[in-house]
Design a protein around this ligand. Structure first.
Ligand code: NAD
Length: 375
């Protein structure tokens, strides 16, 4: 298994590519053969010539690439599996929790589906973790986007014409995206507050110079993988009540609160957003998984009667595709390098390996991932 095919993305909002020429060159140097679908990197300025110069073969169509490949690499799940040969390893993010029928389809077709968002949260797998690399860029961009829409500046400014108070930013959910949002807002000069249900986060928030909002919700905690546990309805009600005041004095609220594999909790109700200052900006980064903000829309901004703008901030890393592709590609490179068996010149696919057992969903015409066995 050493023949890789890099596909061109087809999703309408996709701006990234899964492998950049620099990583293609390194992989070919290791012993992989790589075919690239013509135009795969064009959207971020990597033309076919660059991939050719890196040693890749350019192919005109998906069908041709599929015929050559035993490993397919792309950012997103494909529109159809037509043409993908049995026993091919397909590597992409897959949105697995919303693709139950597709999982069965991959298993039946004998395609080995590796879903990148299921990458285990371990030190060893960190360099292959697209969730982290993309979320940190998205967290950065959420602040830039909010700043560009806010009718005021971020830093405090004392001038002969008057004193401007700093913008107040509230970040709800301090995982990878939230931490980067806090750091970016601080760098721009804002006063930042933050909250997360995982108690370990308090120190991280303080170390970035932000204030941790203390809300006593009783028993909280995190899963073995470091993800938040789901709150009870009573805890969510308590959280909303305690957060309402902070939202009311904030200029920007960025919500990133997700619960892995489940619907995101609604943390800002209509009642709460109605109490916010006119011109305030809310960015709901959980909009695609149910939304943290009542009324947020993944397709368009929603401006409330009081002038508060709610932005559905899904996959914001797509607005900075050069770095997002570079990091995504770095993750894929790390995966392909980690499992490279140089002696036998092959990707070593061991379904019992601690990393692969976390993210390989189908193999040998079966669903093999323990979380999806009962589909
Ligand atoms: P995520 O995207 O699932 O969630 C974002 C944040 O929202 C999390 O911090 C979560 O605790 C928080 N949240 C959930 N419900 C909430 C609520 N009701 N109110 C407020 N906040 C709420 O999480 P993530 O960003 O992917 O990261 C989760 C953790 O995993 C972090 O500690 C991160 O550092 C860790 N991590 C570890 C590795 C690794 O070891 N390889 C890699 C990536 C992330």
């Amino acid at each position: 298994m050493n023949k890789i095919f890099l596909c061109k993305e087809t999703a309408k909002d996709e701006t990234r590519t899964a492998l950049v020429p620099a990583d293609v060159k390194k992989l070919i140097g290791m012993g992989y053969e790589i075919a690239v679908q013509s135009g795969a990197g064009q959207i971020i300025g990597h033309l076919d010539d660059e991939y050719s110069a890196a040693g890749a073969k350019i192919v005109a169509s998906l069908e041709e690439g599929y015929r050559l490949a035993d490993i397919i690499v792309r950012v997103n799940k494909p529109d159809s599996i037509g043409g993908i040969r049995e026993n091919t390893l397909h590597i992409s993010s897959f949105d697995v929790f919303n693709q139950k029928e597709a999982i069965r389809e991959y298993a039946d077709a004998g395609i080995k589906m590796l879903s990148l968002e299921m990458m285990p949260r371990t030190t060893l797998a960190q360099k292959m973790d697209i969730q982290s690399s993309q979320a940190s860029l998205a967290g950065y961009y959420a602040v830039i986007l909010a700043a560009s829409k806010l009718p005021k500046i971020f830093p405090m400014m004392m001038t002969p014409s008057g004193t401007i108070s700093p913008a107040r930013v509230f970040v709800i959910g301090v995982g990878v995206a939230g931490l980067q949002a806090i750091a970016t807002a601080k760098r721009l000069g804002a006063r930042v507050e933050a909250f997360d249900t995982r108690p370990v986060v308090e120190e991280q928030v303080k170390s970035l110079g932000a204030k941790f909002v203390k809300i006593d919700l009783g028993e909280m905690g995190e899963t073995e993988q470091g993800y938040a546990k789901e709150l009870t309805p009573e805890q969510i009600a308590l959280q909303r009540k305690a957060q309402a005041k902070v939202c009311a004095h904030s200029d920007i609220v960025i919500t990133t609160a997700k619960v892995f594999g489940r619907k995101a909790p609604v943390l800002l109700t209509r009642e709460m957003t109605a109490q916010m200052k006119p011109g305030s900006i809310i960015i709901d980064m959980a909009v695609k998984t149910g939304g943290n903000v009542e009324g947020s829309d993944p397709e368009k901004d929603v401006v409330l009667d009081n002038g508060v703008r709610i932005i559905g901030g899904d996959s914001l890393e797509r607005f900075i595709p050069k770095d997002a592709s570079g990091m995504f590609s770095g993750n894929i490179f790390a995966l392909l390098e980690h499992f490279w068996d140089g002696e036998n010149k092959t990707f070593k696919l061991d379904a019992d390996d601690e990393i692969l057992s976390g993210c390989l969903i189908t193999s040998d015409k079966k669903i093999i991932h323990k979380q999806f066995l009962n589909l």
